[in-house]
Design a protein. Structure first.
Lengths: 178, 449
């Protein structure tokens, strides 16, 4: 989807103003990371240069201040991603409990490798470092939701469910189930 | 014996909500502190309790608070470190998800002691859903008069705000966290000055872990001496342990410090023993950064005494034969585990998470990952094992922040205690091919001879 005009909705803009007020006068730069999360959620799940420039203008920062932050943190995507980014934890405990098998299984099922996006733009496979779910390993995160104690069967069911839902999952979405 | 203080009310249905939390004695510490104590006497109780930072470093909390500079007319801040990212650690997540008001209550009571009118909870970005839970708890606390202006008519005002991160292990380091909270890259600062003098926005700041702040609540309710009576020696109170790996009952357990490691692993009260009746091979006792220990050394010290879950006992023997309590991320590995492959996941982790400021860490973590990859690819040489040792020794102590040590120690310990396994991977590269893509690697040691 081409972004014709990059502009937050009025609702998001109000939220941005609320966020800025959490910090002392003149320290509005503190709101940068929370606002980048909102931007990523609103503009197709990734931060294009145009989106980052827009965030800079909203927060009255220099564009470079936004680029250097966006490129530092692993949750910000600087390239387009699928609607559902499957982030599989690959660190110690998850690995001990079979994370590698989960990754291979998803790669096979979707016909893409880790780091790639399916041709229909539905899924991206990403391996990530410890998500604090070691006691319920292996696990993956998609949007804001954790999927834990995974088995290959559970992965199949999840992927089918996400396909049916056919909607973009973002970190900022509300999760009613938890 | 399980001793529950923080998780005392964990089993009560609805404890997440304000009403149930309050009905079970919630916010009593705020009432007590604000109405019948002074900031000084609250600090005195925390000092008496012997509480030590629960994020990993184990620094005495009362002393840290005591360092806070108090220049007149300058704002002071309390910042809660909820950036829980140490592999193997998930206790803060559990605490915030299950009893969010305990953290909010601890923030208010602690802020009163520190004279902070504003505090922030910096939570890792991946825990977005917990951000929502805490935001709701904070709203409820405002609605019931525990936050805002002139709390309980005492003249003390306080605001708590949530702040979300975006995926960076380094932001668990307190000065990197402050940089991140100021909207910058998470590059640790050179110390001194310490945050107690110049922290958030250059103002005096205390940064404490979630569990540390939560522990202030029972300390104020029951007194510092009562807290200090729990535990063993200088390891006072209780600790949340995140148990994971090849055990029957992974999960978060609150233990009285001093429980024997053997009891923790095998008792039904805790981990419930090894999964599938396998034998214990090794344990990473305090999160990925602390040295791994083989079964014999985690169960008993080099002197043959039972190893206890305490700062001192786990540290007994130094790094030659001991480890650290760290964050309490307790990763258990059975006899089928490949220590080499597990170490690879650690070296990859630290390479990925190095902020890149200091050359020894930025370059060294990359080299270590590459050499580990080379060994696992079947192209390793015996020299590579020595090279790994050499690199880790040149990162340790040569970086601005402790990520350097955190990256070096696991490599050193794995080679120290499991060198034969590395040698076997080098000498029998064909054996790796069979196990490369499988997580449950057969124990290769018998093939050595």
């Amino acid at each position: 989807m081409a972004v014709a005009e990059i502009k937050f909705t009025d609702e998001t803009l109000a939220l941005v103003q609320k966020m800025v007020k959490r910090y002392p006068d003149g320290k509005h730069k503190s709101a940068l990371i929370p606002v980048l999360h909102l931007a990523q959620a609103e503009f197709d799940g990734w931060l294009s240069r145009e989106v980052m420039d827009y965030v800079a203008s909203v927060l009255k920062l220099q564009p470079i201040e936004v680029y250097e932050v966006a490129s530092f943190y692993s949750m910000f995507n600087l390239k387009p991603v699928g609607k559902c980014v499957l982030e599989i934890c690959r660190t110690s405990s998850c690995w001990l409990m079979g994370a590698e098998d989960v990754v291979r299984h998803i790669e096979k099922k979707l016909g893409i490798r880790e780091g790639q996006t399916t041709a229909d733009g539905m899924f991206t496979i990403k391996t990530v470092e410890c998500l604090g779910s070691c006691g319920t390993a292996p696990m993956l995160q998609c949007g804001a939701e954790y999927f834990e104690n995974l088995s290959l069967e559970k992965v199949d069911i999840l992927i089918d469910k996400l396909k049916q839902e056919n909607k973009r999952r973002t970190y900022t979405e509300l999760i009613s189930s938890k | 014996m399980a001793k529950k203080i923080l998780l005392k009310n964990d089993h009560i249905p609805g404890i997440q909500s304000y009403d149930v939390y309050r009905a079970n004695g919630g916010y009593a510490s705020v009432e007590k502190a604000l109405k019948s104590m002074t900031p000084e006497t609250v600090l005195e109780e925390v000092k008496k309790s012997g509480l030590r930072g629960r994020g990993g470093a184990g620094f005495p909390t009362g002393m840290k608070w005591g360092f806070l500079a108090k220049p007149p007319g300058v704002a002071r801040y309390l910042v809660c470190n909820a950036d829980e990212s140490e592999p193997g650690t998930f206790k803060d997540r559990y605490l915030m998800e299950r009893i969010p008001h305990l953290l909010v209550e601890g923030m208010i009571t602690s802020s009163f002691a520190l004279g902070a009118e504003t505090s922030y909870i910096y939570i890792r970005g991946e825990y977005y859903y917990i951000l929502r839970i805490l935001e709701k708890a904070i709203e409820e606390a405002y609605a019931n008069g525990w936050l805002g202006k002139n709390i309980l008519g005492t003249g003390f005002s306080h605001d708590v705000y949530m702040h979300i991160g975006a995926g960076a292990y380094i932001c668990g380091e307190e000065t990197a966290l402050l940089e991140s909270l100021e909207g910058k890259r998470g590059n640790p600062r050179i110390k001194p000055p310490f945050p107690a003098v110049a922290g958030l926005y250059g103002c005096p700041t205390v940064v404490n872990n979630v569990e540390t702040i939560a522990a202030v609540v029972p300390i104020i309710n029951d007194g510092g001496e009562a807290y200090a009576a729990i535990g063993i020696g200088k390891s006072t109170g209780t600790k949340l342990i995140s148990a994971s790996g090849h055990i029957n009952k992974p999960g978060v357990y609150e233990i009285e410090l001093g429980v024997p490691v053997e009891e923790f692993i095998y008792s039904d009260e805790y981990c419930g023993g090894m999964r599938n009746g396998k034998k214990l091979k090794a344990v990473v006792a305090g999160g990925s950064s602390v040295p791994i220990l083989p079964a014999d050394l985690i169960l008993k010290t080099a002197k043959g005494e039972p190893r206890l879950m305490s700062y001192e006992s786990l540290g007994d023997g130094g790094f030659v034969s001991g480890t650290m309590l760290g964050s309490g991320g307790f990763i258990v590995m059975d006899e089928d585990t490949s220590i080499v492959k597990n170490l690879y996941t650690f070296t990859r982790f630290y390479h990925h998470e190095s902020c890149g400021q200091c050359s020894p860490c930025r370059e060294g973590t990359g080299w270590m990952e590459k050499i580990m990859h080379k060994i696992l690819d079947g192209h390793g040489t015996l020299n590579d094992i020595d090279l790994l040792w050499d690199i880790q020794s040149k990162i340790e102590g040569k970086t601005i922040c402790p990520l350097g040590e955190a990256a070096a120690w696991p490599v050193a310990a794995a080679i120290r205690h499991f060198r034969s396994e590395f040698e076997n991977y080098v000498k029998n590269p064909s054996s790796i091919r069979d196990v490369k893509h499988y997580f449950r690697v057969n124990n290769l040691e018998p093939a050595l001879n």
